[in-house]
Design a binder for this molecule. Structure first.
Ligand code: AMP
Ligand code: MG
Length: 314
C-alpha cells in the first residue's frame, strides 16, 4: 500500500512535531498509538502525564525495521526467529543494549525493552520521517478502552493531540507481548497474533505468565480497558435495561441497543470490532451484556480484554 499524497504532507509536519518533543497519535494495525520520541525524556514524560499512566508501566518502542530495533536490544537466535513476524502485531521484550539511546522512562527502569515493528504503512512512514524510535502506548487515558479510530483519539484527549488518520485499525486488539529469556518464551499479554500461530512457527510451546510473574506487564492489571458501563460476560441474551454485544446469532427482540461483533462468528472480524462497538454501546447504555466468545485463536485476546473490562474497578 502506498502512502497517499495528502498523508505525506501530514507525515512531514507530524514528524517535525515529534522531533521537537511533542506527542502525535498514529494508526497501527492493532490500535492507535500515542507516539513520542523514545530518546527524549521530556517527550516521554508527556505520554505518562496525558494518559495518567503509572510510571512503573513501561512503554512499547515502535521501530521502522529490524535494524532500528537492533540498535536498542540484543537479539538471540530465538528472538530473531520471532522477529520474522515483523512487521506485525508482536511485541518482543528483550535485553536492552548498554549503549541503547533510550529514555529510562520508556523502560520504567527495567533492563529490558518491549520493541515492535508495526504493520501499518503510515506508522512506518512516520517513524522513518521522525528518524527515531517512537514510544507508543495506546492513545487513550490509562485504564480506558483503546481507540481503533482517529475520532476516538480526538475525543479521548479533547483534540489536544494531533492525530494521523489512517482509518479504522484492521486488527483491533493490541499486540501479543512475549518475553524471550534464554530458550524460554513467555506470553505477557495475549494479543492480535494468536499464541498457537507463533508456537507453530518456532516449534516450541509458549508459557503464559502467571499473575505474580516478576515482569508483570501492566496490561495484566485486573481492571484495564474499562468502559464506563457495567459489563456482564457470557450472557446468552440481554436483560431489560442492558445493551447487547452479540457474537453470531442475535436475540429476537432486544429491548436495548445491539451490536454484533461478527454475525458469521468470525474471530478476526470480532477482534476488529471489539473496542469500537464497546465505545458505541458505552455511549448508549449503563449496562452491557456480552455474548460468550470461543477461547481459541484470537478468542484468547478478545476474552482477556473483556475480562479486564468487566473486572471491579480499583
Ligand atoms: P500499552 O502500551 O498500553 O499497550 O502497554 C504496553 C505493555 O507492554 C505494558 O503492559 C507493558 O508492561 C509491556 N511492556 C513494555 N515494555 C516492557 C518490558 N520491558 N518488560 C515487560 N513488559 C513490558
Ligand atoms: Mg494500553
Amino acid at each position: 500500500m502506498s502512502v497517499a499524497a495528502s498523508n505525506s504532507l501530514d507525515i512531514v509536519h507530524l514528524a517535525g512535531l515529534l522531533k521537537a518533543g511533542k506527542l502525535v497519535a498514529f494508526p497501527t494495525e492493532t490500535v492507535y498509538g500515542l507516539g513520542a520520541d523514545a530518546t527524549n525524556s521530556e517527550a516521554v514524560l508527556g505520554i505518562y502525564e496525558i494518559k495518567g499512566r503509572p510510571r512503573f508501566n513501561p512503554l512499547i518502542v515502535h521501530c521502522a525495521d529490524l535494524a532500528m530495533a537492533e540498535k536498542l536490544v540484543e537479539f538471540s537466535p530465538l528472538a530473531r526467529r520471532l522477529a520474522r513476524f515483523w512487521p506485525g502485531p508482536l511485541t518482543l521484550v528483550l535485553p536492552k543494549k548498554s549503549d541503547a539511546r533510550l529514555s529510562d522512562l520508556v523502560t520504567a527502569g527495567l533492563d529490558t525493552v518491549g520493541v515492535r515493528v508495526p504493520a501499518h504503512p503510515l506508522a512506518l512512514a512516520l517513524i522513518r520521517a521522525a528518524g527515531t524510535p517512537l514510544a507508543g502506548p495506546s492513545a487513550n487515558p490509562s485504564g480506558k478502552l483503546s481507540p481503533t479510530t482517529a475520532e476516538q483519539v480526538r475525543k479521548a484527549f479533547h483534540g489536544l493531540v494531533p492525530v494521523l488518520d489512517g482509518g479504522p485499525c484492521t486488527a483491533g486488539v493490541e499486540s501479543t507481548i512475549l518475553a524471550v529469556a534464554g530458550d524460554a518464551v513467555t506470553q505477557l499479554r495475549a494479543g492480535a497474533l494468536p499464541r498457537g500461530e507463533i508456537e507453530m512457527a518456532i516449534g516450541q510451546p509458549i508459557a503464559i505468565a502467571s499473575k505474580n510473574a516478576a515482569i508483570a506487564a501492566p496490561g495484566m492489571l485486573a481492571s484495564h480497558y474499562a468502559p464506563n458501563a457495567r459489563l456482564r460476560l457470557d450472557a446468552s441474551a440481554p436483560r431489560p435495561g442492558e445493551a447487547y454485544l452479540a457474537f453470531g446469532p442475535e436475540p429476537a427482540n432486544p429491548s436495548g441497543p445491539l451490536r454484533n461483533l461478527s454475525p458469521s462468528g468470525d474471530l478476526r472480524e470480532a477482534a476488529r470490532n471489539l473496542f469500537s462497538m464497546l465505545h458505541e454501546l458505552d455511549a448508549l447504555s449503563d449496562a452491557i451484556a456480552v455474548a460468550p466468545i470461543p477461547h481459541s485463536g484470537l478468542g484468547e485476546a478478545i476474552n482477556d480484554r473483556l475480562k479486564r473490562a468487566a473486572a471491579p474497578r480499583p
